[in-house]
Design a protein around this ligand. Sequence first.
Ligand SMILES: Nc1ncnc2c1ncn2[C@@H]1O[C@H](COP(=O)(O)OP(=O)(O)O)[C@@H](O)[C@H]1O
Ligand SMILES: [Mg+2]
Length: 251
Amino acid sequence: MPTAVEVRDLKAWFGKTEALHGINIAVESNHATAVIGPSGCGKSTFVRCLNRMHETIPEARAEGQVKVGGMDIYDAPAVDVRRKVGMVFQKPNPFPSMSIYDNVAAGLKLNGTSNRKTLDEAVERSLRQAALWEEVKDVLKKKSGASLSGGQQQRLCIARALAVDPEVMLMDEPASALDPISTAKIEDLIFELKQKLTIVIVTHNMQQASRVAEYTGFFLMGHLVEFDRTEKIFTNPSDKRTEDYITGRFG
Ligand SMILES: Nc1ncnc2c1ncn2[C@@H]1O[C@H](COP(=O)(O)OP(=O)(O)O)[C@@H](O)[C@H]1O
Ligand SMILES: [Mg+2]
């Protein structure tokens, strides 16, 4: 099984507080891995360590090894890392004053692409991959990112992340602010995206984890308690704490 992300003894701090206590995990390529666990257990911190976003918080630091496609991300320039590992957040955050087109093209422009045809093609490809093209193709430069509905804004953010051709996409509760129809669209999208890249998705929703992810990791108080095939986690977990969580005894 090819590994897209390999994490060894990853620890993370906020100031003096240790939020992750030595995480080891191998994320399989071209699959979706769900990260579940109660609020505050370190899910967001974990995924933010996978593209060096964690260290952008003042006083925050990480230790250990994270390899993406064989590259040690803590030994590489952060801009290269974030190009390889895209991220989508809970609350859609398009650049509000930019057009739809410019939102999607932003990352490429930042990386120095200015050729109009290259940009046009990347924008169309990314919007198609994000299942948004048909809805916006006639207003690409007329409408701003902020004029779209919440679900469309989230797909725009996915398109923006896809435009630079990442190997891994981190999604931190990407549908928790969306209505059920928009949520279903995002879940459908995850199936399509897996053909091309690897997904790590934080979700509060255990049904969502079982629908979209082949693998699931259960976090508790900064530890990865159990990591296995999703079906195993939800039907026959090995750890009592996982069982208590999935059966609703806490969290
Ligand atoms: N910016 C921050 N500064 C200080 N502590 C933080 C910060 N963000 C999160 N934490 C703490 O780190 C722990 C893990 O948080 P987080 O990764 O956000 O959990 P989750 O995403 O599972 O809800 C929690 O105890 C939380 O209070
Ligand atoms: Mg979180």
